[in-house]
Ligand binder design. Sequence first.
Ligand SMILES: Nc1ncnc2c1ncn2[C@@H]1O[C@H](COP(=O)(O)OP(=O)(O)OP(=O)(O)O)[C@@H](O)[C@H]1O
Length: 470
Amino acid sequence: MKFYGNDIANLAHRRLRPTFIDDPMFSTFLEALPDGAALLETDGTIKLVNSKLELLLNLNKGDLVGKELARHAKTAGPIIHKVSTALQQLKRLEISGALNSQRQVAASLSILRTGDGGAYGALLVMREPNRAARTADAGLERFRFQEEGGAPVTASYAQTPALRALSKQGTVALERGSAILLSGESGTGKTELARRIGKMNEPGAAPFVHVNCGMLGDAQFDAEMFGIEPGSTMDASTRGKLGYIEAADGGTLFLDHVTDLSLACQMKLVAFFEAQTFNRVGSAQRRQVQVKVIAAANRTLPDMLADGRFREDLYYRLAVVSLILPPLRGQSDLIRAVAEAQLQRINYGRRPTLKLSEEFWEKLLGYDYPGNIRELSNILEHAAACADDLAMAEHFVTPIKPATASPKAGPAILNTDETPATPASFRDLVQEFETWVLEKSIAENGSKRSAAKALGIDIATLVRKTNRKR
Ligand SMILES: Nc1ncnc2c1ncn2[C@@H]1O[C@H](COP(=O)(O)OP(=O)(O)OP(=O)(O)O)[C@@H](O)[C@H]1O
């Protein structure tokens, strides 16, 4: 009887099925949804699918449209099996669980019914409930934005009235949709502040995608930033690739070290900011996203603007609100606050707990911190490793900077790290180079005679040249 009942119901649904479901414009509506979505026939066939669902399932349109949803239960994960069972029974479903790609998703299946209650289809909506919060859970997380999200905001974050004011100004500006440019020396806390302003790790927070622009060469920029269309000729994996911009949709894109981008990449960002639309690599379709932007720049930015290495139009797009993080040197309230916060972190689980002596504090407050907060942290870590329960003056050790000059690999005159005291003549340069080649050859061959032979010169010439005054 059930079989009969369904048949009759299906006939009735076909008659009453609204026409918009077959209108090609309906796919534009699906594409505009903030989540992954698919329109399904009552028999389980996928009629339409949007690109966000393609990415979530790691399947492309060609694999999905016209096929039965149940067919993908094995590749996409058991959650899809549950959705298709509910569809068979024309039941509404709210479910959460993991896809085979390890993404945690929440899905809902709504049965579409006409006025008289007949079902004519179903809408499947799927989303990752809290991408940003998940980045803190290293055990679960294998989504490719784990690294870009980076570490969770530090629990030992020091606040001073000045830092609080910066944080408040940034939060308000971001909520209003203004782009924020954070600038300051390396280690002053730009990344940490961006994470706080972007509310990374707050429950239910929107995505916060951290892009290290220093790692983006011209060759990878498009694929990393805009993503790759699944199944396109540019897609080596056939599963496509989610770009940073799309991953940040509805949340914040943090462009760290933005000054490291080449002029060509800067131009592409300007084009994106103009319309907030982009094309995935291998796709002609323009996609729209809504992202808020925070960028971080180092102190070379003014020089780069002056000599044309940073585009002015990009600067004005990014620096709608400009916040400057101060260097640590000379700021005793900030040094104290950071040291206390870091000490609390160090002492967590440490026995005996570490205290700082008067002399140690004196040294901390008097130092000039070229590496800013990062260096202060390093100094305290060192003290914690060497001292027992009280850090004394001798435990205050600043990090040893690696030597900048490389060991001599060629004649001194060619070693660009060393600037000759007086400019050398061309003759001097040649002589120095000859001497270097001869000495190297003698060392390698064991004797002047063998060296002369190896170099194909007369022994008398070699002796004369090595004996000449330098
Ligand atoms: N207010 C703070 N309190 C405690 N620790 C902080 C604070 N701000 C930053 N830090 C710590 O200092 C270190 C450097 O901070 P951060 O990476 O944010 O600096 P940055 O300015 O982005 O550096 P860079 O320009 O080199 O990328 C990090 O370990 C961070 O956790």
